[in-house]
Design a protein. Sequence first.
Length: 268
Amino acid sequence: MHKRNEPITMLTAHDFPSAHVADQAGMDMVLVGDSLAMVALGMEDTSEVLMEEMILHCRSVARGARAAFIVGDLPMGSYEVSAEQALQSAIRLVKEGRVHAIKLEGGVEMAGAIHKITTAGIPVLAHIGLTPQRQNALGGFRVQGKSTASALKVLADAIAVQEAGAFAVVLEAVPAEVATLVTKKLRIPTIGIGAGNGCSGQVLVQVDMSGNFPPRRFLPKFVKKFGDVWGEARRAIEAYKTEVKERSYPAPEHTYPMAKEEFVEFEK
Ligand code: KIV
Ligand code: NA
């Protein structure tokens, strides 16, 4: 697809049904992002999610996605210590989580880990620009690469992960001009999120783009709400509540009959 200049589509999934629908809708890649910490587990941020939890969710996604290439996020704390730790965690996510590839956050400083994992035969998707696992060091969720110096850092990180063996790189919250130029300078595809339409592909968090979330959740500028899944689920549940309260559900067509003679006997 990259060679054909065809945009690559990627979407997160965090369980069997969300993976199944993404796969059926034709997503090229499915990401078990550690954003599941917030959208599936109700945590404050991604720093809390455990390797065991990522593995459990990866396993259910792997059963739901048949055609898509499945990537799983290495959670914070599972890969930063050393390249060996990173490889061990990557192997766990493949063997136990049943994903095809792993994603980890970081550029130049992660080149050693990326090299170690890819030479062991596990494809790595890199993730640079805004790296949410480092939000406290970055001073929150901020666009990266706005100044010349920080744009040069994004480019240096992109080249470093490419040379280390990453098959593609996620660019998160980077000005479109920077992401477009970085994409032109790389051989590997870029997957953008909040990085404009000059990337080789796009990724979004499924619950955000499908509107499957309480309306008050903060959504970054780059998220487009393509649906209202939460509203639809709420309408269905409210209709169910109303029909149970007024005894219009279950109706005769939802009810198992008994032969009249049998009932007469039973009633005696
Ligand atoms: O965790 C996640 O969902 C991600 C994508 C938004 C890139 O890392
Ligand atoms: Na992530």
